[in-house]
Design a protein around this ligand. Sequence first.
Ligand SMILES: Cc1cc2nc3c(=O)[nH]c(=O)nc-3n(C[C@H](O)[C@H](O)[C@H](O)COP(=O)(O)OP(=O)(O)OC[C@H]3O[C@@H](n4cnc5c(N)ncnc54)[C@H](O)[C@@H]3O)c2cc1C
Length: 367
Amino acid sequence: MPTLVYDIAIIGAGASGLQLLYELTQANPEQKILLLDSGDRSAKSWCFWENKDASCFPFLIEKSWDSMLFKTSKGESITSEINPLAYHYISSSKFFTYFFEDFIPANTHITHLNTWVSDLQELPTGVKISSKNGQIFHAKKVADSRPVKSTEANLIFQHFSGKFIEFEEPILDDTCMTLMDFSLPASTDEMAVFHYILPFSKTIALIETTVFTRSAFDKEAYEGIWQAYMDLHYASKQFKILSDENGTIPMGIPPVKKEGTIFSIGAAAGNMKASTGYAFTRMHQDAIHRAQNRTLVSPKRFHFYDKMLLKIMQKEMNKIPEVMDRLFDRVSTPLILRFLDNKTTLSEEVGLLSQLDIPLFIKHLLR
Ligand SMILES: Cc1cc2nc3c(=O)[nH]c(=O)nc-3n(C[C@H](O)[C@H](O)[C@H](O)COP(=O)(O)OP(=O)(O)OC[C@H]3O[C@@H](n4cnc5c(N)ncnc54)[C@H](O)[C@@H]3O)c2cc1C
C-alpha cells in the first residue's frame, strides 16, 4: 500500500498549532492535515487587546474589558478607556475543549494523534516525521511549534504565580482589568514585581504575581509576595481560592526562524513579543497569512525597540517600575498598546520614546 502523504503536518496542538489548523481549514477544507501532539494541556489564560469586534476567535472570548488600570510604584491609579480596543480573555480550557470536542471531530480531513515527535528529515518529496514510539509519517510540509531553547547569555524570565479567587462580598469592579500594579514594594535589583488582575465578576478574579528575573521559578517566594499583595489591598476581605495558575515565559530575542518545507510557528518562530511575552494575536495573524501563502512581516524597527527594552530589563532590573510609571503617566494607554502591537507610526514612536528616561535609553542604544 502506498504511504499516505499529508498536505501538511502540524507538530504541537498548543495555541499556534491549533490556530494554524483552524485557518488552514477555513482556507481549504480539502487539505489532508496531520496534527501530532505530545498532549500537554497545561492551563493558561490567553489575553490580548484588539478592536472591540475582535477577529481573533471571538466565539471563544469569555470576557472583555473596555478599561485598564495601571498602578504606579507610588500607589497612584491611572485608569484608561482603551476604546476602540478592548482587552479580551480566552481560557486554554475553553480553547482546547472547542478544538478537541467540536472542531477536530467535525473535520474528517484532520488526523490527530498523540505522540512525541523525535525527528524531522527533509526529503526531495517532502518531510519524513519520526515519532518516539517508532511511527513514521510523511507530509509535503511541516509546521513545527516545538519549543526552541534559547542560547542567550542574559536570558530573563517572566514568571507567573496566580490564583483564581472568589470573594464573599461583591467588591470588584469587573469593567476594568489591571494590566500592571507596582504598588507592592517587592521589586529589588534582582527582580521586578507587579500584579495583574482579571476581574471576571464582582466576586471572582484571577490575581497574579508577575516577576521578571534571571532566576528560576521560586514558588514559595512568589506565594509569599502574593499573600503580601492580598494583605495590602484586601486585608479585611474574605475569599476562597478556586484554582492556581503558574507559568514561565523566557523573554529573549526570537530564535532564527526555520522557513522552507519545515517551518516554525508560535513561540518557536519568534511570534512572542520579546519585551512583553504576548503572542496570541501575532500567532493568529501568522496563521492567517500562512493559510493564504503570504508572509507576516513587521517593520524592522520594532525588533530594534524590543532589543532595547530587553537590554534595559536585563541590565537595569531595578529601574523597571520607574520606567513603567513614567511611560503610563506620560503616554496614553491606547498608544502604548498599539506600540506594543507593532502598529504605531514612526512619528508616534518618536513622540512616545521622547517621553521616557532619555539618558537611560541612550546608554543602552550605544551599547
Ligand atoms: C502561563 C502563560 C500565560 C500566557 N499568557 C499569555 C497571554 O495572556 N497572552 C498572550 O498573548 N500570550 C500569553 N502567553 C504566551 C504564549 O501565548 C503561549 O506561551 C502560547 O501557548 C505559545 O504557543 P505555542 O503554540 O508556541 O506553544 P504551546 O502552546 O506551548 O504549544 C506547543 C505544543 O507542542 C507540543 N510539543 C512540544 N514538543 C513536542 C514534541 N516533541 N512532539 C509533539 N508535540 C510536542 C506541546 O505539547 C504543546 O502542546 C502565555 C504563556 C504562559 C506560559
